[in-house]
Design a protein around this ligand. Structure first.
Ligand SMILES: [Zn+2]
Length: 249
């Protein structure tokens, strides 16, 4: 993120579990015998960490970009990204934070769904896949659970358009829903099938600030999406390998 705020789009999003879902948490505070608890907030309610969502969106995008011949850096734990390639632009890397922040999504009260213990599937913590061997208990959030949270996108414009960066996020959400649709562990066993939806978007600009308007304006998803996604595709085309080199830091 630049050290300048031109505009900020605040998004309310929803995650719906289309199958039982397991996003792992700490096993310390769980009943004996259960070694695969889900992550919960301080009231004991399950939530979807924004970092999990960001992780799955980023890794899906990295694979997609590489497949399309766009140069992306390897996210290295020590150096943490180049700060200059498309995934770093969206999600951060190097010394730069990304344009997109994803906050945690909390289970909605009307969800009526509660975690339960499911057995017979062992999840390998490293790979996130079901492992063979002894039967293990696993805690899951029930199919049908609904979560709501927020995302923030700052400085959405590039020379390609006013909402280029927002287009990057919206196109990734579509890609996730159509072709990934998985979050957490056990996705190869049919768990973690999930759908993401945008509930509302509001924009606040630096000019609004000058005019003393602090409520922002509602952005109509359908009205903004097509041109935003087109701008993003223009940006990506300009990043095709050979056209632009990544500067190593
Ligand atoms: Zn990078």
């Amino acid at each position: 993120m630049e050290n300048v705020l031109k505009n900020r789009v605040v998004i309310k999003y929803k995650v719906v579990a289309l199958s039982d879902m397991h996003i792992g948490g700490q096993s310390g505070n769980m009943p004996a015998g259960l070694d695969n608890p889900i992550i919960k907030d301080n009231k004991g309610k399950p939530f979807v960490p924004g970092s999990s969502l960001k992780g799955v969106l980023r890794s899906s995008f990295e694979r997609l970009a590489k497949g399309a011949g766009i140069k992306v850096c390897d996210l290295d734990e020590k150096r943490g990204g180049c700060g200059n390639c498309p995934p770093c632009l969206l999600f951060g890397g190097g010394h730069k934070s990304g344009a997109i922040k994803i906050r945690d999504a909390f289970i909605t009260d009307d969800s009526g769904k509660h975690p339960y213990i499911r057995d017979g599937v062992r999840i390998d913590r490293k790979s996130g896949k079901a492992a063979s061997g002894a039967k293990y208990d696993i805690e899951v959030v029930q199919k049908g659970a609904k979560f709501e949270g927020g995302m923030v996108v700052e400085n959405t414009a590039t020379p390609d358009g006013e909402y280029t960066i927002l287009g990057g996020l919206l196109s990734l959400i579509d890609f996730f829903n159509e072709f990934v649709a998985g979050i957490g562990g056990g996705t190869s066993k049919g768990m973690g099938h999930a759908k993401l939806a945008i509930l509302e978007m509001k924009e606040f600009t630096a000019n609004d600030y000058l005019e003393g308007k602090f409520n922002g304006k509602a952005l109509d998803l359908e009205a903004v999406k097509t041109s935003a996604c087109n701008s993003w595709m223009q940006y990506l085309l300009s990043r095709l390998e050979g056209k632009n080199e990544i500067s190593e830091q």
